[in-house]
Write a protein that binds this ligand. Sequence first.
Ligand SMILES: Cc1cc2nc3c(=O)[nH]c(=O)nc-3n(C[C@H](O)[C@H](O)[C@H](O)COP(=O)(O)O)c2cc1C
Length: 325
Amino acid sequence: MTEGFKSNGQAHPEMRVRLRDVEFKNPVLVASGTFGYGAEAKQYCDIEQLGGIVTKSVSWKPRPGNPPHRIIETASGMLNSIGLANVGVHSFVSEKLPYLAKFDTKIIANIAASSMEEYRNVLEHIEEHATPNLVGYEINISCPNVKDGGLSFGTSVERTEELTALLRQSTDKLLIIKLTPNVTSVAPFAQACERAGADAISLINTLVGMSIDIYTREPRLNTVTGGLSGPAIKPIALAQVYQARKACKLPIIGIGGIATAEDTVEFLIAGASMVQIGTANFVHPDAGIRVANGLVEYLHKQKIAAVGELVNSLTVRAELKAAGW
Ligand SMILES: Cc1cc2nc3c(=O)[nH]c(=O)nc-3n(C[C@H](O)[C@H](O)[C@H](O)COP(=O)(O)O)c2cc1C
């Protein structure tokens, strides 16, 4: 039973979900880079009502990130070139993880790096200092706005497989690989993660985008291009989740433009087992809780007993399936 949701006097639908042997209160996580390390949002949001928090990408050394402008609003979305600004893994384990350990919610540490060794060293350092609610790692191989942000891994099937296999040797906790949409087809990447022993994949990260000031004729972002997120990318994310679902058996965490319970239901039907809320947190820091509450209401109204019943329930007509769709 999930505490804090409106029940309207009826029995609670089952909101708990499992990834391998880890049980989450509900399938709604907050996405890396959009919720800081929890403390930033705490005054606006009862974070214990979230299924979990995926922390901001952490690298071995602290990173200042890119110079401004780092955020530009676009129609139905935003462009960012934060550049993986983060406190570095030593501060992460001495300050951020102990703070997050106070909360009854699951923590997934997101890791970014520029080499196999750095990924492994960061993961092993966190592993040594893990707190009880740290349940796993999300490996960011998909940041488009720094030159060494892992995208060279995320756009090579071989390197994705090699990195996943390497990290698998260093942890028994959940190993989730975060895939990029900036590839021709996501299917071989999903299959590479499955072959190499990942527990789940999450997708999508941001799409490469650009915005230009037509009076100065300059790019609006200091890095010229950046990562596009928000409602604008939802249809792309949904299609990639669907394609990954068809390509492998790994659990999928859907990300991309999710702002409402209805968005979440679409991702679950397309084949995701869980979702992450990203850009919507900048509009409402408690967006994840709104989504989880809305999901309970949807399940009530549709008389669906458990959220898991929605997963991979897309109805595709037989003749479309036969035609390869
Ligand atoms: C400002 C900002 C910072 C982000 N930082 C990270 C990051 O550090 N690591 C990461 O894996 N993804 C990062 N992301 C990507 C999000 O986690 C998410 O994959 C993406 O924004 C798509 O979801 P959305 O459309 O719901 O925002 C960032 C996104 C934004 C908008």
